[in-house]
Design a protein around this ligand. Structure first.
Ligand SMILES: NC(=O)c1ccc[n+]([C@@H]2O[C@H](COP(=O)([O-])OP(=O)(O)OC[C@H]3O[C@@H](n4cnc5c(N)ncnc54)[C@H](O)[C@@H]3O)[C@@H](O)[C@H]2O)c1
Length: 267
């Protein structure tokens, strides 16, 4: 079996560095291209202090299409910022490259635009705000609780992340809120509360930022005499890295022209 050739946008970021190390340690995968807007031209091996050159330089993401084609990349992972992914993902799809989108904070319009590019260029993509396998199970449990408890229970979502995270609420908190809203027949979202704000039938969503918290999510279903809390806590970013590589190996074998979720990867 030939190796899956994986390219990466955001190669010099926290996730990028971990993903590269994992690609090198995973059977049947190889790093074909690396992109960022910093450290252009530096060999990725030097950049990560691996003690050897990998023969893959950090390329400027402005050269995405040309480098992807020249490097025969099968699948591109993107862990950057929403504004960058919104531009780069359609370009990569246009170059015939499958996609794993990890960047969070994409608007509905940006996601729809990426979806259109995937369909139009007949590639396959996975878009997920959380590649952890545990979060996949967490979301299944949240769906089941929302379905079975119905509207008698108030729902609050609390998420906590490190102090470098740029977007709030987390993509995973929003995914949980959307699942619950769908199961409960449509809910308004309220982001934090301040001043006079009597509770209605909304889903309350609260974000905590501090220190080095990798990612905590708690969904509370609160009734009059009891409450259920479903919680996931990530101890290390390695869980996202492992899931993203699993998705990359999976997506290259899927039907083209389709956007998948992590639930599809885990099915
Ligand atoms: N889906 C998941 O499971 C998951 C898990 C963890 C993090 N994330 C998300 O991944 C993203 C990156 O997280 P991080 O902690 O590695 O952030 P980071 O700030 O450490 O890294 C981001 C990298 O993207 C680069 N970048 C910015 N604009 C670019 C552009 N136009 N072209 C190429 N590179 C560009 C930056 O220079 C930087 O090296 C965030 O959106 C975060 O929320 C997703």
């Amino acid at each position: 079996m030939s190796n899956v050739r994986i390219g990466l946008v955001g190669a010099c970021g926290k996730m990028g560095a971990m993903i590269i190390r994992r690609i090198l340690a995973t059977e049947n995968t190889e790093l074909s291209a690396a992109f960022d807007i910093v450290n252009i031209g530096q060999d990725v091996g030097d950049r990560l202090g691996l003690g050897k050159k990998l023969g893959v330089p950090v390329s400027d993401s402005k050269d995405l299409a040309a480098v992807l084609k020249a490097s025969k990349t099968d699948v591109l992972l993107d862990f950057t910022v929403a504004a960058a992914t919104a531009v780069n993902a359609p370009v990569a799809a246009g170059a015939g490259v499958n996609l794993i989108i990890g960047t969070t904070g994409l608007s509905d319009a940006q996601k729809a635009n990426i979806r259109d590019a995937v369909v139009k260029n007949n590639v396959a993509a996975v878009i997920s705000s959380n590649y952890s396998i545990g979060v996949g199970i967490f979301l299944k449990l949240v769906r089941q609780a929302a379905r079975e408890l119905g509207n008698d229970y108030d729902v609050e979502i609390i998420e906590a992340h490190h102090n470098q995270k740029k977007d709030a609420p987390s993509g995973t908190a929003m995914t949980a809120a959307e699942i619950i809203s769908k199961e409960m027949g449509g809910k308004e979202f309220v982001y934090g509360r301040h001043g006079v704000c009597p509770r209605g039938k909304e889903i309350g969503i609260h974000s905590i930022r501090g220190g080095d918290i990798v990612g905590d999510h708690t969904v509370m279903f609160i009734g009059n005499s009891e409450r259920i809390e479903i919680r996931h806590q990530a101890h290390s970013r390695e869980i996202f890295v492992a899931g993203a590589i699993m998705a990359a190996k999976w997506v290259v074998k899927q039907k083209k022209g389709t956007v998948y979720s992590m639930t599809d990867v885990m099915a």
